[in-house]
Design a protein around this ligand. Structure first.
Ligand code: GAR
Length: 210
């Protein structure tokens, strides 16, 4: 059966879930073409799960540890995504790398928010606070955030949106992380969800008219 209506989104999380919250808060305003159908956490104690519950969004815990292998973990993810008719996967602080098989299966259907201006401070080992520590250590004067499509190269997919943040004197990694979230991530992630969802709806219409 053809998909109708808003794009069904799954948000994958591992931690605090402030980016998930930014998406929830943008539903009906910045985000008009999508709805969050599912939240998946690979961490049972992620506060993001409480945010999902407070917003009345169904949530599942799929822990890599319990699955033992990457294949089993991704099989469980695929089952949850398929059962819920998910058309767009948003990685919002999801701290687990997905295999090439998985990213190929969802080509241009997975987006990620990264807390730097890619191609700086990205790829394997650059996640969370480490990204901001590296930016300060290097001495860059401008950093920011990027939303990009996810492919088999960590943080290597096509860029969708970026927003810059100027670094202040005597800034700590923690203060920089907060400002990058507030001034960049929480703004561009909802905008990217809307942009990509509109594109999915456009493609649906093209394939329906064939
Ligand atoms: C965010 O800063 C996000 O960009 C980063 O983790 C944080 C999650 O915060 N993601 C990565 O570093 C991925 N490479 P949140 O759970 O409060 O949204």
């Amino acid at each position: 059966m053809a998909n109708k209506g808003k794009v069904k989104v799954a948000v994958l999380v591992s931690g605090g879930g402030t980016n998930l919250q930014a998406i929830i808060d943008a539903l009906g305003s910045t985000i008009k073409s999508a709805e969050i159908s599912l939240v998946i956490s690979n961490n049972p104690s992620a506060y993001a799960l409480t945010r999902a519950q407070n917003a009345g969004i169904p949530a599942q815990i799929i822990s890599k540890k319990e699955c033992v292998t990457q294949e089993k973990f991704e099989e469980k993810l695929i089952t949850a995504l398929t059962e819920n008719g998910i058309e767009l996967i948003v990685l919002a602080g999801f701290m687990s790398i997905l295999s090439a098989d998985f990213t190929r299966k969802y080509d241009h259907r997975i987006i990620n928010v990264h807390p730097s201006l890619i191609p700086s401070f990205c790829g394997k080992g650059f996640y969370g606070i480490r990204v901001h520590e590296a930016a300060l250590e290097y001495g860059v004067k401008v950093t920011g955030a990027t939303v990009h499509y996810v492919n088999e190269i960590p943080d290597g997919g096509e860029i969708i949106l970026q927003r810059s943040v100027y670094i202040k004197k005597d800034e700590s990694p923690e203060s920089l992380q907060q400002r990058v979230m507030r001034q960049a991530e929480w703004i561009i992630l909802p905008r990217a969800v809307e942009l990509v969802s509109k594109e999915i709806i456009r493609k649906r219409k093209v394939s329906e008219s064939k």
